[in-house]
Design a protein around this ligand. Structure first.
Ligand code: GSH
Length: 186
């Protein structure tokens, strides 16, 4: 979505997570965490972490700005991204690891703990709902990387069974607005 919003296109290679292609020594040499995505630079450098990859691309292609403008704007977008990752994604991630049937064969699950994250996730969304009062986007009046982080987190959470509660009206309206962007089809 970040690339589409920027109007950029880069060559991609897909790894099969089902086949474990991300855990091979060859891929761990690119990313010691054995995860995707990884951005390979022409000079042999590999950059992991989605937000870091996007931040690098933003520096090379500043328009349209997706990480905020100026010291204050950039700090506010960074704050919003970190909060989406730590406050919203974390309970969804713990639910995925500890309560979802698809991860059961991969890890030792603590199901009660996993399920307890549903309430944390819903509380986090209620907080996002409050944040959206009087603004169109997560970090303010402009669409930014914080919206991409929130959209992908919320869509992933819905896919694993954590829906946005109907009472989160502002989150639902924001979700419809941001999902309608051409970039969301990427
Ligand atoms: N913090 C990393 C998370 C990357 C991540 O969790 N990638 C998933 C696929 S979307 C993955 O590689 N999962 C396999 C694994 O963790 O072993 C980022 O933002 O890029």
């Amino acid at each position: 979505m970040f690339l589409a919003e920027k109007g950029l296109s880069i060559p991609t290679t897909e790894l099969s997570l089902i086949k474990g292609e991300h855990k091979t020594p060859e891929h761990r040499a690119r990313n010691s965490r054995g995860q995707v995505p990884v951005l390979a630079l022409d000079d042999g450098t590999y950059i992991s972490e989605t937000v870091s990859i996007c931040r690098y691309l933003e520096a090379l292609h500043p328009d349209p700005p997706l990480f905020g403008v100026g010291a204050k704007g950039q700090a506010l977008v960074d704050m919003a991204i970190r909060r989406i990752e730590f406050v919203v994604m974390q309970p969804a991630g713990h639910y995925w690891v500890h309560a979802h049937p698809l991860t059961a064969r991969l890890v030792s699950q603590y199901k009660d703990y996993g399920e307890s994250n549903r309430a944390h996730y819903e509380k986090a969304l209620a907080w996002v709902d409050d944040e959206l009062a009087g603004r169109d986007f997560i970090s303010g009046d402009a669409f930014t990387m914080a919206d991409i982080c929130a959209l992908t987190t919320i869509d992933f959470a819905a896919w694993i069974g954590l829906a946005v509660p109907p009472e989160c009206g502002r989150v639902n309206a924001w979700h419809a607005r941001v999902s309608a962007r051409p970039g969301a089809q990427a």
